[in-house]
Design a protein. Sequence first.
Length: 311
Amino acid sequence: MRHLRSDTDLDAASFARVLQLGRAIKRRPADYRDRLAGQSVAAIFAKPSTRTRVSFEVGIYQLGAQALVLATSGAGGLQVGRGETVADTAQVMSRYVHAIVIRTFAQAEVDELAARGAVPVINALTDSFHPCQALADAMTMQEHFGDLHGRKLVFVGPGNNVSHSLLLAGPRGGFDVVCACPPSAPPDPAIFARAQADAKEAGTRVSVEHDVVAAVAGAHVVYTDTWVSMGQEADRASLLARLRPYSVTQAVMEAAGKDAVFMHCLPAHRGEEVAAEVLDGPRSVIFDEAENRLHVQKALLLLLLEAEPWE
Ligand code: CP
Ligand code: NVA
């Protein structure tokens, strides 16, 4: 059994296979209708979501399966919100459903769910990673640039879950990734070290820079994300002050390659991490990127549930 606990669960071949199947599903969705008929997929959300929740629920429906979207708090929430262990939850859920999608805080909960359950687990965002997003981003890059090899993506913003997944996606997809961040908000050192080791092996590059204009030179993609991730609300004032020089303005886009596109995982905050004229401008591919979440996640479900071969 396989999982997508983080980007490191994919090697270059399986990364390419998810993207290839995602593109095939996007071209001919009807060919995949009902491929998971009779199966049930639980999607657990301990944090808010628009894209992930809706695209998983719709995607599961489109594959003919039942989606159970489950909260972790409130009257309709899972007992895990009242202290039931993740291990017990994993074992119970594995008796009912065929796969579990989970968005939560600690990466350890995703790892525990996968270790203790008996069904594939998909990370739908943790404090550390957002692998479904990075897959959709890579698919969107393929749509714009064809081959990913030799492309350069520059993430402008804090070291966070989205930048971590992009740093790990680069070596898997064959593209270079630069994280342009303030010295006080770098990527997690252990995750960056893993990305560096993977990049060395793959023959790609990952780096951390602090000067945005220098970092975006020659970029094919300029990417940003919110400065305040879910769970960091108490640090909002400090993060905003530190990140102010890292806003993606029209001047930053002009410093990038003339064919560079702008990407953002969304939700966006106009006037903070990105200027409205960039987000809403002609180089922005944000809605293709959001749409591609649906297609790559359907591909992931088919592969992890062995309805499609990995090779
Ligand atoms: N990009 C993304 O994961 O969006 P949501 O938080 O709305 O799911
Ligand atoms: N870094 C953001 C991504 C949202 C999709 C967060 O964790 O809130």
